[in-house]
Design a protein around this ligand. Structure first.
Ligand code: ADP
Ligand code: MG
Length: 695
């Protein structure tokens, strides 16, 4: 039997492969590029490309592709084979440094939000050497960033890399003040991924799952998640086989798949990797989602990544565990065990508090999607109000600092830089507020607002940039201070006092919190359509422009893409629903109605005086529901025509949210009532019970 260590990373052109195959000087130059984020010399690129090609051919690759992340949120690839014609009808296999470093895909069909006219459709992709190349589906994939020819950013990767550079620069300035000279500061991410598994045969009978990723109708099954018996439950054999295979495929790709378990809802599961550098974590998460789908298919299953595949049951999220660390392995969000490190930790902590408070709308917008609208605020996921949980110990310490109070009888002036002043942080007490959207969990923050399909790039771009901005201000202030200790104390105190409204350690699911948050002046952008505007708030544009992460036109275009995406998604859902109701639900119900009528008249002919109250009542209920249903479907069709004529993307998105989305739930309620009355034999699609308990 093969050991994990024999095949882990076997499909990745990682450090081992590079060291084995590259001339020493090339290896060293490449490592420098990776470490310092410098541009790569073409001679080096040629040497790397050659070694990479030889390696990929051994792994069975026939093609190469620049693998990138356009604004669709999924990854994109266009394969080119290595072959080039040679004399006498032969081929040579080639791959140059230029092929490696830059590609020129036609960018015309990717969303750009009006940034780029189709006549200047060329875009280019540029290698991100900090994320290793890998082979998948007989193709050498080179992780890249994607821009238009004139330099506008068209992807999710470029801003992420820029945000990482921003926080690197500003955090190093702070660390220097504490006497730490480090080469690099990076943010790290470990995204926990939730998903559902359903049987492929049943999935194929549901066009809603196929076209939209979620069920648009379906009455509740008698058993849901109320017994809490699925969470961490033992794995069923098919699920276990799937997970085994999945881990193996991910390990081959060098992805540190670590934790797997059943989740709260029936048929729901989770996978968590070991955290890594943010851009790599982002690539790995995209790959993980792709591999999940492929492996499921091999097992006769379908992996549903939608945020809300089933109404009435928990949907799926993605917890984005985030921290900041140095190349010397110092985790900046880890409370230290000496006073100086504690002081440094507290400074970074209040920096995050300030960043989250000041840019709360941006954080909210970064997790907005039509699928996630079903979750946020639905008492299974955090609300749409951004707040932070820091735990009672830290809260107590920061409150004491703010009030100038003593902690544990220690002198207040010793609070930050004296000897043994901060109590040991009991890490375990900081965890486990499962209702908080952004919780400190001992040595990292966990942003819990992401939907399961989300790319982690956008929320992390926002977090990195916002924290970089705050650190920059802190560094300016502290660098020019006469007395560092005094200035530091004052800064921590002031920052916490000014931004503590964002800290909330209570139950985020409660009604009281919604009211209190309003009093505190926190924003509550309930839906995607409400949230997207944050991208174009002046303060947020200034933030992104300041660090050259995104420009104002790029932000406007992103907002447009999100509005468009919202409308298109709901439009597809509405069309699918109308189709299902008109061509499946109504005909099936009519058929059952006429069957009932036939039976009633038969019975009547034998026993004319019999009381058929229940049968007649049933027929009447079905007929009434059918009337309501068909009225609503007519209304939906009219509204969809109206929507089509709308030109302003924002106005259109609002209409889809207010009108179409509401009509969809009305239609659903009638259809679901019908399902409970009509003979199961006649019902044309698999039910919730069938789907949820099929594996
Ligand atoms: P839980 O379900 O309790 O939140 P998990 O063990 O499922 O915990 O997930 C925790 C995640 O946090 C893992 O992906 C882990 O690698 C990640 N993590 C741990 N430390 C850090 C860190 N310093 N930076 C980023 N992520 C981290
Ligand atoms: Mg978690």
């Amino acid at each position: 039997m093969q050991k994990i260590s024999d095949y882990f990373g076997s499909m990745v052109f990682g450090d081992d492969a590079m060291r084995d195959r590259l001339p020493k000087d090339v290896y060293r130059a490449l490592k420098n590029t990776i470490r310092e984020g410098k541009e790569i010399d073409l001679n080096i690129a040629n040497a790397v490309a050659h070694a990479m090609k030889e390696w990929a051919l051994e792994k069975g690759a026939t093609h190469f592709t620049h693998w990138f992340q356009p604004l669709t949120g999924v990854t994109a690839e266009k394969h080119d084979s290595f072959i080039n014609p040679a004399k006498d009808g032969k081929v040579i296999l080639s791959f140059s440094g230029k092929n490696l470093v830059q590609g020129e895909p036609d960018a015309s069909s990717f969303p750009s939000g009006g940034l780029r006219a189709t006549f200047e459709a060329r875009g280019y992709t540029a290698w991100d050497p900090t994320s290793y190349a890998f082979v998948k589906d007989e193709t050498l994939c080179i992780p890249t960033a994607f821009c238009s020819y004139s330099g506008e950013v068209l992807d999710k990767k470029t801003p992420l890399l820029r945000s990482m550079a921003a926080i690197d620069k500003e955090a190093k300035r702070i660390l220097k003040l504490f006497g730490h000279n480090v080469n690099r500061v990076q943010t790290t991410v470990g995204p926990e991924q939730e998903y559902f598994l359903v049987d492929k045969k049943l999935y194929n009978q549901r066009i809603d799952l196929k076209y939209t990723g979620r069920t648009l109708l379906g009455a509740r099954a008698p058993k849901g998640q109320e017994l809490d018996d699925h969470y961490f439950g033992s794995l069923k054999p098919r699920v276990s086989a799937f997970m085994q295979d999945l881990d193996k495929e991910l390990w081959k790709l060098g992805i540190y798949a670590k934790t797997r378990h059943n989740e709260v809802s029936p048929a729901q599961h989770e996978l968590a990797p070991v955290f890594t550098t943010t851009n790599v974590a982002c690539d790995h998460n995209q790959l993980t989602m792709e591999v999940m789908k492929k492996v499921a298919d091999k097992h006769g299953l379908v992996c549903l990544l939608h945020e809300k595949p089933f109404a009435g049951l928990n949907g799926s999220g993605k917890h984005n565990n985030w921290s900041i660390s140095t190349d010397t392995n110092m985790n900046l969000l880890e409370p230290g065990d000496n006073p100086k490190d504690n002081a440094q930790f507290l400074l970074f902590l209040v920096a995050v508090i300030k960043a989250v408070d000041e840019y709360q709308t941006l954080i909210r917008a970064s997790v907005a999607s039509p699928g996630n609208d079903h979750r946020l605020g639905a008492n299974e996921a955090p609300p749409a109000i951004v707040s932070m949980f820091i735990g009672s110990d830290l809260n107590e310490i920061l409150e004491a600092i703010a009030d100038g109070r003593e902690i544990d009888g220690k002198q207040k002036e010793n609070m930050l830089l004296g000897v043994d002043v901060l109590p040991d942080f009991v890490k375990d007490t900081t965890d486990r507020n499962r209702t908080s959207p952004f919780a400190f969990t001992g040595n990292k923050f966990e942003l819990r607002m992401l939907g399961s399909t989300a790319s982690v790039s956008t929320p992390n771009t926002v977090l990195n940039t916002a924290v970089a901005k705050v650190l920059e201000g802190f560094a300016d202030e502290l660098e020019s201070a006469d007395d560092f200790a005094v200035a530091l104390n004052a800064l921590v105190k002031r920052t916490y006092k000014e931004h503590k409204r964002i800290v909330f350690n209570g139950n985020n699911y409660s009604e009281e919190w919604v009211a209190q948050a309003k009093e505190r002046g926190l924003s509550n952008l309930k839906t995607t359509v409400e949230a997207v505007g944050a991208y174009t708030e002046k303060k947020n544009i200034d933030l992104f422009e300041h660090f050259k992460v995104l420009s104002a036109p790029e932000l406007y275009s992103r907002a447009t893409v999100l509005y468009e995406n919202y409308s298109k998604t709901i439009n597809i859902e509405a069309l699918t629903l109308v189709d299902m109701v008109r061509r499946m639900i109504i005909p099936a119900s009519n058929k059952y109605l006429s069957e009932l009528a036939g039976e009633v008249s038969k019975v009547k002919s034998v026993l004319p005086s019999i009381d058929l109250k229940s049968q007649l009542g049933l027929m009447e209920s079905i007929a009434q529901l059918l009337n309501c249903l068909s009225d609503k479907v007519d209304a939906m069709e009219d509204s969809l025509i109206k929507a089509k004529a709308m030109e302003d993307e924002h106005e259109k998105a609002v209409f889809f949210q207010d009108k179409i989305f509401t009509l969809m739930s009305e239609i659903r309620s009638f259809a679901d009532e019908l399902e409970l009355l009509v003979d199961k034999e006649c019902w044309p699609i698999p039910t919730y019970g069938d789907l949820l308990y099929s594996v």
